[in-house]
Write a protein that binds this ligand. Structure first.
Ligand SMILES: NC(=O)c1ccc[n+]([C@@H]2O[C@H](COP(=O)([O-])OP(=O)(O)OC[C@H]3O[C@@H](n4cnc5c(N)ncnc54)[C@H](OP(=O)(O)O)[C@@H]3O)[C@@H](O)[C@H]2O)c1
Length: 325
């Protein structure tokens, strides 16, 4: 079985590659930049050039492929819009996979996508789910919410650096999951026939509010957070204004996501049956406390070492300095 992983350089995609290689699969990655993807080659994956927005590049990448795992999404830093990558690009990928006779297609969607028709990324994910079901490919859809990896730049780093931590009023609790755990579900789906042509939520052990996460970070770092509340109406105004300018469409589409994060409804789902179907152990899933604990102990140890090195160098320089005499 040879897998084509799209979005392999991303936060989730790289964990899917790692897991697939660890489990002995042949892995090919469709990448936009060989330089950026060099680490995947070092791990043992094959790289092929390609871009979801260049449909001609897809058939050669799919040659000899039995399974596609799609972990791509438009980057906020890219000039390409969510519509171009997450809709037009995905339609092209699904059609090319169908034409190439691919046996399985794993797609990462968003939890509760059907409940937010006015949020572009949610609506695009819902439409892609429908398209995948209609096209007749053997699919598995995994519906995700937040990644634990995102908490580092959102909360942990600003707290460590005594920078402002931005929160919106009344933010919804989210059942964050470690991308390594999500990757386990994606790869396990390949060997469990009961997951074929089905859609599953894949979310973390419990939903956490922004305040709860900040409090854990404060405890683990020993530093107090400088919390700055972003008024929701300000975000809505920025979104409306940015819609007037083409360069702002991507920004406006992303800000629309705020509506999902502030409606107070937890982003969470019942997972007991999902673990049973996939034959995975819920106890082996990383908890948010453990994830953050591991991060802070690693980073605080590093900071201590740096501090020690700095003091040592200072002492040595002071000893050598002729000015001291
Ligand atoms: N992040 C979250 O919290 C979250 C939550 C729920 C669901 N998800 C879903 O999980 C999946 C993975 O998200 P992520 O956060 O891991 O993504 P990410 O880190 O932003 O990575 C995006 C990936 O897509 C690739 N990509 C972007 N545009 C492309 C194009 N035109 N052609 C080919 N590849 C392209 C990027 O390649 P380059 O390296 O070349 O840019 C990168 O590998 C997505 O389906 C996303 O919707 C994410």
């Amino acid at each position: 079985m040879t897998l084509l992983i799209v979005g392999a350089t991303g936060t989730l995609g790289r964990q899917v590659v790692r897991r697939a290689l660890d489990e002995g699969y042949n892995v090919r990655c469709l990448v936009r930049s060989f330089k950026k993807a060099a680490f995947l080659k070092e791990w043992g994956a094959e790289l092929v050039p390609g871009d979801l927005c260049d449909p001609q590049s897809l058939p050669p990448a799919l040659d000899g492929i039995t399974t596609v795992i799609d972990a791509a999404t438009s980057r906020p830093t890219d000039s390409l819009s969510i519509r171009q990558v997450d809709w037009e690009g995905k339609v092209a990928l699904i059609q090319a996979a169908k034409a190439a006779g691919v046996e399985r297609f794993i797609f990462f969607s968003l939890l509760d996508a059907e409940e937010y028709p006015n949020v572009p990324l949610m609506e695009i994910k819902r439409c892609t789910e429908l398209f995948l079901e209609e096209v007749g490919l053997n699919y598995t859809i995994l519906r995700l919410c937040g990644f634990m990896q995102g908490l580092i730049s959102q909360y942990a780093v600003p707290i460590l650096e005594r920078q402002a931590v931005w929160v919106t009023g009344n933010s919804s609790p989210i059942a964050y999951m470690d991308t390594q755990d999500i990757a386990k579900f994606a790869i396990r789906a390949l060997s469990v026939p009961e997951t074929e042509n089905k859609t599953f939520p894949v979310v973390g052990p419990r939903a956490w509010s922004a305040e709860e996460i900040i409090s854990i970070c404060e405890r683990l770092s020993g530093r107090e957070a400088r919390v700055t509340r972003m008024p929701l109406n300000l975000l809505r105004t920025v979104r409306r204004v940015s819609r007037f300018f083409q360069w702002g469409w991507n920004l406006a589409d992303r800000l629309a996501f705020t509506e999902v994060l502030v409606n107070g409804k937890p982003l969470n789902a019942e997972m007991e049956q999902v673990y049973q179907v996939f034959g995975l152990d819920p106890q082996a899933t990383t908890t948010l406390e453990n994830y953050l604990q591991e991060y802070f102990s690693r980073i605080l140890k590093k900071l201590k070492e740096l501090d020690y090195e700095k003091t040592k160098t200072k002492k040595q320089t002071a000893k050598r300095s002729p000015m001291k005499k």
